[in-house]
Design a protein around this ligand. Structure first.
Ligand code: KIV
Ligand code: ZN
Length: 520
């Protein structure tokens, strides 16, 4: 299909529905506090996404409070809450969304034979009845109601037609087709959307949407195929965060549609220059690093290593680049501040990066940390500044445990030993640990002092910026009982970064207000 002759004004709007705060949060370890969700929601609003799914109001008190706080904070984007079909779910979603300028209730029920038989234990007619009831009830609270037949990718087409016609009749304004288990292929998923639109008699009364999971690495391809067959909303997440292998990555969907306008008769309203800021914010808050070769937002996405490629790009950028790095928010002015920079320049650069400093105390703490970093590191990049603020906020929240100072000795023939001073619930505690390496020695020192009982399920180190004086960004994932949390730490010394990440993760394990999906 070539749509080259369509002018921008004639193109349909492709609605971008961001579910980083709901499906994204379902990634193991990616739970966020209410304040963190509000910060991400504000960044999503600057990105100009159309809909922000802020959570699943009935899932927990934390989720309810987060949806409400996002509803209060956001002015432009529509704020949405997920709800099953039961009246309690719908009412709770409506209550959390009440302060929103624009609100949407998103209700869902499974429609695949395997889910209806084994999970719901419901007959197909009863599933239709529940869906219709939920949509009718949701319409009492808002005119903007979305319905999803969960596991649509493995549902029977005839049954989908029946239930979708019924919910549109009941008042659903968006019909979202989820490939819940990431099972479908672009060659069949796109045409399925086209067939549903064609076969359902009242399909013109609703916007068709897709929600694809990435279990086979096809979430973006399936979403784009659906758009080419008539879908006008894509559900996606920043950095492709989400349940299991994640959701379709927002930045990839948006840039594919924007870059290949010759293949799409629609476009999004996204301000693509905000993409990098959002990507870094989400990765910093969740502790999920972005792989260097990730499309659009990975550190290498615009780096040319081979001499032939470099030569080509110097002669004419289009030889090897299909997008402009600056269009997605990579700036050339990445070397921003140094050790002589003052408080005003520091604050201004944070504002330019979209980081809002909450108080003078926070500014002072972040500035002190920045000065200490500038003493150790020749040039300070934007990425360093993001880390400085994240680390400052981790310290602010670190009520239970704080790393005061530490020292590790490494030796080629003896075990490394770590001596550390911690503050535990206000008490200063000296501790030591040994290990196979200095990181393990540091972790053992913390474990000895806190007597913590948890399992380390992930440890990873990435450099924040180039150069041998770069800060190492460490992610530590801990599991205790059914709970998984991520901790992040950054420092030019990766052993200190590791200890900080471990301390951050332990604080998160202790934090009671974090939203979880435990009640479901
Ligand atoms: O993957 C899925 O099916 C979902 C629905 C709730 C839309 O997340
Ligand atoms: Zn999902």
């Amino acid at each position: 299909m070539s749509t080259q002759t369509i002018s921008p004004a004639e193109r349909d709007r492709l609605i971008i529905f961001d579910t980083t705060l709901r499906d994204g949060e379902q990634s193991p370890g990616a739970s966020m506090t209410r304040d963190e969700k509000v910060r991400i929601a504000k960044a999503l609003e600057r990105l100009k996404v159309d809909v922000i799914e802020a959570g699943f109001a009935i899932a927990s008190v934390g989720d309810f409070e987060s949806v409400k706080a996002v509803a209060e904070a956001v002015n432009e984007s529509t704020v949405c809450s997920l709800a099953r079909t039961s009246p309690g779910d719908i009412e709770r979603a409506a209550e959390a969304l009440a302060p929103a300028q624009r609100r949407r209730i998103h209700t869902f029920i499974a429609t695949s034979p395997i889910h209806m038989q084994h999970k719901l234990r419901m007959e197909p007619d009863a599933v239709i009845e529940a869906a219709v009831g939920a949509v009718k009830l949701a319409r009492k609270f808002t005119d903007d109601v979305e319905f999803s037949p969960e596991d649509a990718g493995r549902s029977e087409e005839d049954f989908l037609c029946r239930i979708l016609e019924a919910v549109i009749d009941a008042g659903a304004t968006t019909i979202n087709i989820p490939d819940t288990v990431g099972y479908t292929l672009p060659e069949t998923f796109g045409p399925l959307i086209g067939k549903l639109i064609q076969r359902i008699p009242n399909s013109d009364k609703a916007v068709f949407s897709v929600h694809c999971h990435n279990d086979l690495g096809l979430a973006v391809a399936n979403s784009l195929s659906a758009v080419q067959h008539g879908a006008r909303q894509v559900e996606c997440t920043i950095n492709g965060l989400g349940e299991r292998a994640g959701n379709a990555a927002l930045e990839e969907v948006v840039m594919a549609v924007r870059t290949r306008q010759d293949q799409f008769d629609c476009d999004t309203g996204v301000n693509t220059r905000e993409i990098m800021t959002c990507s870094r914010l989400v990765s910093g808050i969740t502790g999920f690093p972005v792989q260097p070769n990730k499309a659009v937002v990975g550190a290498n996405a615009f780096a040319h290593e081979s001499g032939i490629h470099q030569d080509g790009v110097i002669k004419a950028r289009e030889t090897y680049e299909i997008m402009r790095a600056e269009d997605v928010g990579w700036t050339d002015e990445r070397i921003v501040l140094g050790k002589h920079s003052g408080r005003a320049a520091f604050r201004q650069r944070l504002t330019e990066l979209g980081i809002t400093i909450k108080s003078d105390a926070e500014l002072n703490a972040a500035f002190t940390r920045f000065k200490a970093l500038a003493d150790r590191k020749h040039v300070i990049y934007d990425e360093d500044l993001q880390m400085v603020v994240s680390e400052t906020r981790h310290d602010e929240l670190a009520e239970h445990l704080k790393l005061v100072e530490m020292q590790v000795t490494s030796h080629s023939t003896q075990k490394p030993v770590c001596q550390m001073t911690l503050q535990i619930d206000g008490q200063v505690v000296e501790t030591t640990g040994e290990g196979g390496g200095p990181v393990e020695a540091a972790f053992n020192a913390i474990k000895a002092a806190t007597k913590t009982d948890n399992e380390l399920v992930l440890y990873s180190v990435n450099n924040v910026t180039p150069g041998s004086d770069a800060q190492g960004e460490v992610t530590v994932r801990l599991k205790k009982g059914g709970r998984i949390v991520n901790g992040l730490g950054a420092h030019t010394d990766i052993i200190i970064a590791s200890a900080r990440a471990y301390v951050h993760a332990l604080n998160r394990l202790e934090a009671p207000e974090r939203s979880t999906h435990k009640t479901l």
